[in-house]
Design a protein around this ligand. Sequence first.
Ligand SMILES: *[C@@H]1O[C@H](CO)[C@@H](O)[C@H](O)[C@H]1NC(C)=O
Ligand SMILES: *[C@@H]1O[C@H](CO)[C@@H](O)[C@H](O)[C@H]1NC(C)=O
Ligand SMILES: *[C@@H]1O[C@H](CO)[C@@H](O)[C@H](O)[C@H]1NC(C)=O
Length: 318
Amino acid sequence: MGIYIPTTMADHWLKLLICVIALSSTKVNVRASEMVNITLLSNAVEKGAVCLDGSPAGYHYAKGYGDGANSWMIYLPGGGWCGRKQSCIDRVKYSPMLSSTKNITQENFGAILSPNKTSNPDFYNWNRVFIRYCDGSSFMGDVKKVDPETNLHKRGSRIFTSVIDELLSKGLKDAKNVMLTGNSAGGLATILNCDRFRALVPNANMVKCVSDSGFFIHAKNLPNAAGRERTFSRVVHFHGISKFLPKSCTSRMKPGLCFFPENLVAHIKTPLFLLNSDFDKFQVINLLIYFHFLDKLHLTPYSFTIWYSTPSNMDLVI
Ligand SMILES: *[C@@H]1O[C@H](CO)[C@@H](O)[C@H](O)[C@H]1NC(C)=O
Ligand SMILES: *[C@@H]1O[C@H](CO)[C@@H](O)[C@H](O)[C@H]1NC(C)=O
Ligand SMILES: *[C@@H]1O[C@H](CO)[C@@H](O)[C@H](O)[C@H]1NC(C)=O
């Protein structure tokens, strides 16, 4: 004989309570990613902290909480460079996401910026900032004059400084732990801006720079070293970057060569971590092989094509 348990109102309430607890516990910190609105830098145009097309610099900011409230991660995305008038004009025309904030509303925060505690246990509740890359110089250029004919603005360095300055007033000045990180051209920006960034957050106990796939090699013994040197020299000259490169490097070699991490990392004082595949797809295809053949065929690419690193080729640290 079975036992008959009557369904009472109390059972219903108990089930409902269990459901509510289950739902509310899944609501906390388990999102895979989140859409974060853009914040345009205040007084960006007056400050001259503007994108290639003259639109205001911008960033996406997710506020930290809990034990992450005083920790900050600043992320610099990738997107190649433009180092000549025509390639910068083309960038404005064909890659508005990398040259303007006019059409940008939100950014999807995933991976190291993810709010998911399970997949991103170290940083999910930090203050997380994604600075828009819209200058084409790895956040390094600053030329005051705007060419009236093209209306191109070259202000990457000013964007970086002005955004950090605004973040200082939003709590970054009281941060304990700070990490500057970035991928590809943003990974290079991380290396190039690392010590300058450290100086902007003097009160932080711990500041570290983590460059993902930003170690672009000159490697003078590999094919097409001259092509790689020319690429970076153009970026350095076009965006007026020489004055921001360490004197310890520019006193020894041409400024264009001081854009290559291999000539810089020994001079960086802030802790710097490099994450780079030996077989970085972008470098192998674009900088070792692609330009080699374009040079042979006397062709010029109008812009770079970017392949983002996948986790499978990010596991080698050099
Ligand atoms: C959070 O990350 C874990 C591990 O990657 C994953 O299993 C889970 O589905 C993610 N949560 C959401 C809401 O996507
Ligand atoms: C993000 O922007 C959208 C559209 O402007 C707005 O509806 C929404 O409230 C904003 N979200 C936050 C968190 O500010
Ligand atoms: C802005 O976005 C709209 C709609 O997605 C698109 O049609 C337009 O071409 C974009 N403009 C620029 C300058 O990117």
